[in-house]
Design a protein around this ligand. Structure first.
Ligand code: GAL
Length: 419
């Protein structure tokens, strides 16, 4: 922990002092702060870099490793405090609203109007990209967290069909354990436990309960019997991970499923980017399915690029970046690689593999049937303070600090203090 802190501190200092940004902005280029550092993420980011380079827009890369973006947000705060905000920053949900409300973000209305963003970007995303009628960020994609990724050969070898209920899922876990395979590949980091909890809670609470607990912060649901059951299921999941899970990065957990040392991973569809980057084919090498009990629901998080106000109007580089991000051809090319689905409703699914096609279909169906919900784990359900309070309880319970009965009491208290 201490050395991780040192690394972050050193990175913060280096980035806060960094001089490259001025060069990038001076020549109409962009400095981009992001956390896309895994193999699959980097491959997707390259699609964007190359797109801009073709237009002659310089790119200064500011990667800050750490899935879910917590470390990147720490670096961002230091940069803004030092009066040296990057040009463009990857952001999620309520974080974007916070920066906009602090007056830090540039006005993208001119680009948005020219390209008709209002009519092609889904309402659920606009909620996190427009503040007081002003577009402040450019949505890149729509991810969702309630997926399970499986190694097909491992499932076949153990006579396991895709589980459709919690009972079938636990029966599959038992079979894998008996066969000496790690049932669930997991990385023990708070944001990963929260990502699993997104799906588990949805499966137990149902869509109304999920909304009540994580979006409306209803104490009766946060502290209710069904929430206790969700924690009980988390304990079952904890009993099915390997001994070395603690601190593991999410992409290393995905690698366990890719190489067949584990059967399943519960993770957002950025995991698909890792399978593709390893040359694996959906349906043949790996399977994607919704977490049992959440087949109708989509728990979403959308990556966006916030454009930080550089004093004055939007720079040429920022406008070019925003425009490139929302172009239909880029939306297809990028999301095919990233594992996500387009942030525009008018992009064809032709170039997408079966998991991508399913993702697009699921998203459209969920949006029209009232089954689309912002991800608690990825900052689309409640502001960061509440999100972090939930993280603390979920991760403490997962690591055995207390039982499920205590967890629900802690959850109610933590949320009430944080809100
Ligand atoms: C999420 C982000 C994804 C992803 C993941 C792991 O917060 O939305 O794009 O890559 O973190 O780094």
């Amino acid at each position: 922990m201490r050395s991780q802190f040192k690394t972050i501190t050193a990175t913060v200092l280096a980035l806060a002092l960094g001089g490259d940004a001025a060069t990038a902005q001076g020549d109409g280029g962009v400095e981009v702060l992001h956390w896309w550092t895994s193999g699959g993420e980097a491959a997707a980011l390259n699609v964007l870099k190359e797109d801009l380079e073709k237009q002659g827009i310089g790119w200064t890369d500011m990667p800050v490793a750490g899935g879910g973006g917590e470390q990147a947000m720490t670096v961002l705060r230091a940069r803004v405090t030092a009066g040296n905000a990057p040009t463009a920053v990857q952001g999620l949900g309520f974080d974007i609203l916070d920066w906009a409300n602090q007056g830090s973000l540039a006005d993208l209305n001119a680009v948005a109007a020219e390209e008709g963003w209002d009519s092609v970007i889904p309402a659920a995303l606009q909620k996190f990209a427009r503040v007081d009628g002003k577009w402040v960020s450019a949505p890149v994609n729509v991810h969702s967290t309630n997926w399970v990724w499986a190694n097909k050969a491992v499932l076949d070898a153990n006579g396991i069909a895709v589980p459709t209920t919690w009972e079938e899922f636990t029966a599959a876990l038992d079979k894998l354990k008996a066969a000496g395979v790690t049932p669930i590949a997991h990385g023990g980091q708070a944001w990963q436990e929260a990502t699993v909890f997104d799906a588990v809670a949805m499966s137990v609470l149902g869509p109304n309960g999920y909304q009540a607990a994580f979006i409306d912060l209803d104490e009766a649901v946060l502290g209710g019997d069904r929430m206790k059951e969700a924690f009980d299921r988390m304990a079952v999941i904890r009993a099915n991970v390997d001994d070395n899970f603690s601190g593991r990065d999410w992409n290393l957990a995905t690698a366990m499923v890719i190489n067949g040392t584990a059967g399943f991973q519960m993770m957002g569809d950025w995991a698909k980017g890792e399978f593709l980057n390893a040359g694996k084919v959906p349906g043949q090498d790996f399977l994607c399915f919704r977490f049992p009990g959440t087949t109708e629901q989509v728990i979403f998080n959308a990556d966006q690029f916030m454009m930080f106000d550089q004093g004055g109007s939007v720079s040429a580089g920022q406008a070019a970046l925003a425009s490139a991000i929302l172009s239909p051809s880029f939306q297809s090319a990028f999301n095919v690689v990233k594992g996500s689905v387009p942030a525009r409703t008018d992009v064809s699914d032709e170039a997408f593999d079966d998991c991508g096609k399913k993702g697009m279909k699921d998203l459209a169906a969920a949006a029209s049937s009232g089954n689309l919900f912002g991800s608690m784990a990825h900052g689309h359900a409640a502001p960061a303070s509440v999100k972090n309070a939930i993280y603390d309880v979920v991760t403490a319970h997962f690591n055995g600090a207390y039982d499920s009965t205590t967890a629900v009491t802690e959850l109610v208290d933590a949320v009430s203090i944080a809100r």
